[in-house]
Design a protein around this ligand. Structure first.
Ligand code: DQA
Length: 143
């Protein structure tokens, strides 16, 4: 069975109450439930994790080498800053799709740059919680 890591970065544990006008009203729990259900219908096992810490996200990516076929990753603000996460994505040699709830390119200039997108198979941005669903569809096609 195909297995996918659904990985969420900092502050995404606050979804539902965090700037709902930007990120929507669904909680992280709700989004994970939708994506796990969607994956199951396609015969894909989705395991969800979240960390507010760069090192925790790196550990999750390293561990994914041992069980996952691909990763759907919302790195939150680390998208725009983290060389360490970029190196981790390059190191694990698994396909990773970068996803964002908001359209980062329509927001502040500092969000326009992703350090991670060049080492990901693609980026999906701006479709709310459905960005994760589109990310999963994309990674399934690649796997
Ligand atoms: C985000 C966009 C990032 O710029 C921001 O720092 C986040 C959420 C998104 O899903 O739209 O934390 O990744």
């Amino acid at each position: 069975m195909t297995k996918v890591l659904l990985l969420h970065g900092p502050n995404l544990n606050l979804l539902g109450t965090r700037e709902p006008e930007v990120y929507g009203s669904m909680t992280l729990y709700d989004i994970n439930a939708e994506i796990i259900k969607f994956g199951a219908k396609q015969g894909v096992e989705v395991r969800a994790q979240q960390s507010n810490h760069e090192g925790g996200l790196i550990d999750a990516l390293h561990e994914a080498r041992h069980w996952a076929d691909g990763v759907v990753f919302n790195p939150g603000a680390y998208t725009h800053t983290s060389v360490a996460l970029r190196d981790a994505i390059s190191a694990i040699a698994l396909p990773v799709v970068e996803v964002h709830l908001s359209n980062v390119h329509a927001r502040e200039p500092f969000r326009h740059k992703s350090l991670l997108a060049p080492v990901c198979v693609g980026q999906i941005s701006g479709f709310g919680w459905r960005s994760y669903q589109l990310g999963l569809q994309g990674i399934m096609g690649i796997i």
